[in-house]
Design a protein around this ligand. Structure first.
Ligand code: GLC
Length: 565
């Protein structure tokens, strides 16, 4: 097993994690100070969202220098110190690698834009007139005019995020230099941002949706009939279908993989994509892709989980070199796990524990998102002037000015769609600003007021009944029980609708996991050849000892993990 198969990853969103210098923005000294917290939590690796200099039109995903650190987060020396301190604790660090686009303030773009015949003239995607009706997924037209060249450039995301021309070998070389810069420094790998958008349809085929992006968003919000809902889904796919997955990506991934493989220490790549095809033969493209289909549902029902696992694992198993899964329930782009899968339930606390147990016991590498371990929830910002996610502020302006939506409704919708809601500062304590930054400083995004109601690290730290303690205990169990990490997955009771049961098996150990997703106590019978007794390893209701596999007692919403003999 490689380290990235057995590791538990934790995503840090640097702007919101820990503010070391008291300016209301997270930074490297802040992160270093929290490494012991992460060590105690039990994580093995950090995925760091972009920490590079950026004008922050897309909160760091618009990079203006790939080989430096955003001044608000510190200097290169602070990054080195962070990396050294993490490694000293046995924690690996992977970075976010944004290949599709740079910032429009990157020196490459400034040069490219300056004239039609400069050395970087062909580093981005230029046309004399917009060649089609493509839309940016963030801000409307995908083609933006640059007066300097009297031409239009392409951008899949904001117009401040021009797409690089990856068909130009010089672009590759420049980006690979940046990749080597960080690998030489000792980083352990990369999460590849939006890789599907790197290559477009070379024919530039227009989309067929009779709407602009803003109109489609509005249509989406107001669609209620089943026909309208089906249509909106069709439109979302059709609007961008020619801007994704163009030819060339597999070769590019192989090229990047070959660079990583030159380095010692099993450096790794995880793609922001759910397509297992990007793992190549299992050993020549990406090491991992995220199992996004698991979380792209309204409810994590046992049927859904079983179907998801069956589909994903079958495809991973079919690769020439057997592939490894990667499970997550949320990140900086999505509704928070608690809000998404527990929030509207009267048993939210129990459901949050079931969700944690799910992601920590399925076969595959788990990724947690900072704050989920204390049950942070979405915090909807309804004052548009406080929004920092520009895709939302853009849409707010469009809604009010072009689509004539009532400003109060538009503000509500913008707050809801904005990713700010799941990026608010980490809640460290019950004091002002949740201990993220000093009391007299305004944090870059408002703090979720529920920090005062127990959703913070300090209050949960020593409380054995807290969600944080639950994560810690479970992570410790995962570490101590080999089958939970390396074991094969075998679903049990394939028709159960109110609980999910499966085995994790190695040649030496058989572990049963049962997640009771219902409010009902039950007694279950498991027929596992050669096994009669369940020795409880972990129970969310503190059950202990042994149970008969023919009559296993399960409490309401219980998480039960047992070794079978
Ligand atoms: C990815 C990132 C997202 C960003 C986008 C453009 O989807 O996760 O936050 O806005 O790419 O870089």
């Amino acid at each position: 097993m490689k380290w990235w198969q057995t590791a538990l990853f934790y995503q840090i969103y640097p702007r919101s994690f820990a503010d070391g210098n008291g300016d209301g923005i997270g930074d490297f000294p802040g992160m270093v100070a929290k490494l012991d917290y992460l060590k105690e939590l039990g994580i093995d690796a950090i995925w760091l969202s972009p920490h590079f200099p950026s004008p922050n039109w897309d909160c760091g995903y618009d990079i203006s220098d790939y080989c430096d650190v955003a001044p608000e987060y510190g200097a290169l020396a602070d990054f080195r110190a962070f990396l050294a301190e993490a490694h000293a604790r046995g924690i690996r660090v992977i970075l976010d690698l944004v290949l599709n686009h740079t910032s429009d303030e990157h020196a490459w773009f400034l040069e490219s834009k300056a004239s039609r015949d400069n050395p970087k003239a062909d580093w981005y995607v230029w046309h004399d007139t917009p060649p089609n009706n493509w839309q940016s997924c963030f801000d409307g037209d995908a083609w933006t005019y640059a007066a300097e060249r009297d031409q239009y450039y392409y951008h899949y995301f904001m117009k401040q995020q021009p797409d690089l021309n990856w068909r130009n070998p010089a672009v590759k070389q420049a980006m690979w230099d940046a990749v080597r810069f960080w690998l030489d420094m000792g980083v352990d790998g990369f999460r590849l941002d939006a890789l599907g958008t790197i290559y477009e349809d070379p024919e530039l085929t227009p989309h067929t949706v009779p709407m602009t992006l803003a109109e489609l968003r509005r249509f989406d919000e107001t669609a209620v009939t089943p026909e309208a809902v089906a249509l909106k889904e069709k439109y979302w796919l059709a609007m961008f279908e020619h801007q994704w997955g163009g030819p060339g990506l597999h070769d590019l991934m192989r090229e990047l993989r070959a660079i990583l493989d030159e380095y010692p220490g099993d450096r790794m790549l995880v793609g922001e994509d759910d397509d297992i095809a990007y793992m190549g033969n299992g050993d020549d493209e990406l090491h991992l892709v995220f199992n996004f289909p698991l979380m792209r549902v309204d409810r994590l029902t046992p049927e859904h989980i079983r179907r998801n696992q069956a589909q994903r694992l079958a495809r991973l198993d079919a690769l020439p070199v057997r592939g490894w899964g990667c499970n997550t329930l949320g990140n900086h782009d999505t509704t928070r796990v608690w809000t998404h899968f527990a929030g509207d339930s009267p048993h939210a606390a129990e459901r949050a524990r079931l969700n944690a147990a799910l992601v920590l016991t399925l076969r595959g590498t788990p990724f947690l998102y900072n704050g989920e371990e204390i049950g942070m929830t979405d915090h909807i910002i309804t004052d548009p002037t406080r929004l920092r996610d520009t895709m939302a502020t853009w849409y707010y302006d469009k809604s009010v000015n072009d689509l004539k939506v009532d400003p109060a409704e538009a503000a509500q919708r913008a707050g809801q769609m904005s990713r700010d809601k799941n990026r608010t500062p980490m809640q460290w304590a019950a004091g002002p600003n949740a201990g993220f930054c000093p009391a007299d400083v305004t944090p870059w995004l408002p703090v979720n007021p529920n920090y005062a109601a127990g959703v913070n690290v300090a209050d949960q730290q020593d409380d054995p009944g807290s969600l944080l303690s639950f994560y810690r205990r479970l992570i410790r169990v995962r570490r101590e029980v080999p089958a939970l990490v390396t074991g094969e997955y075998r679903p049990l009771h394939p028709r159960a609708v109110s609980y999910f049961a499966f085995l994790r098996e190695t040649p030496d150990q058989t572990v049963l996991v049962v997640l009771n997703t219902s409010n009902t106590r039950r007694t279950l019978r498991f027929d596992v050849p050669g096994k009669g007794i369940a020795h409880i390893i972990f129970s969310s209701r503190q059950a202990e000892g042994e149970q008969d596999l023919q009559a296993l007692k399960l409490g309401a919403f219980e998480v039960l993990i047992a070794e079978l003999n």
